[in-house]
Ligand binder design. Sequence first.
Ligand code: PMP
Length: 313
Amino acid sequence: MSYEDVKKVWMNGRLVDFADAKIHAFSHVFHYGSAMFEGARLYKNRHGSAFFRLDEHIKRLYDSCKVYRMDVSLSMAEFKEAIVETIRANGYDECYIRPVIYRGLGALGVNPFHSPVDVMIAVWRWGKYLGEEALEQGVDVCVSSWNRMAPNTFPAMAKATGNYLNSALIKMEAVTNGFSEGIALDNAGRVSEGSGENIFVVYGGRLLTPPLAGTILPGITRDSIMTLARDAGFTVVEQQIAREMLYIADEVFFTGTAAEITPIRSVDHITVGAGRRGPVTERLQKDFFELIRGEAPDRYGWLTPLPVEAAVR
Ligand code: PMP
């Protein structure tokens, strides 16, 4: 990943140069992980450039802040404007969007109430998260020895930076052992999610995914895939998934803004299904990417065009 072509970063209402996008070492967030963030995408398509479900990402960001009692000074509409402004300043027609709302420089100590709520918006070019080939060939993953945090520890519906220490443990263990990614179980031993992706299983002719019961992020790609799958005639069920179902399923795949829809070809060195992308995964990828590329009608209103003046600068 390279940030060479990142020109400007939005910080508390000002566009600053990449080199000046800094926060103070006494900021609360640096000591206590007190930040909420998002990851969204602007896609280039045949009609121009369009955000994928940006309103839902902003809503989730504001929901995360609500859980952690952070009052954001901007309205959601103003936040969206700020994102457009940041993209315009960088001249991108396609990018990853990373807003962060964090407790800044105030008073150190665990109590965050004495530190201001600051906002940063970064955008950069980001290709395929798990590799270019992954979308077609699938990835080899493991079940992590680390569990996802239990519901009454860290609220999983909030996309808080602190949660990603758990994700980092899962990811480091996986890559150290030669896998692309790790799947975490929940505190009861059931399948939860990847370090940065939700998970789906094709089993018994149905598409299964763990419920929003306190250990997974309510993924926007997850929601999109459930909608596309139901429209394509598949039965989709949110239910508890046993670890061993990952081994005996016909297909398993990840969903996420970064990972998009990534097939899983093996879990713990056990081949899943035919050991390559299965037909259900392929069909859902097709429906997803055709919509994003503007080749299929945007029948759910998921795409928001980037204002034209932003695209041409
Ligand atoms: N779970 C975790 C832990 C994640 O970090 C992400 C990525 N934001 C997801 C699931 C997928 O969510 P989304 O589809 O909204 O990107």
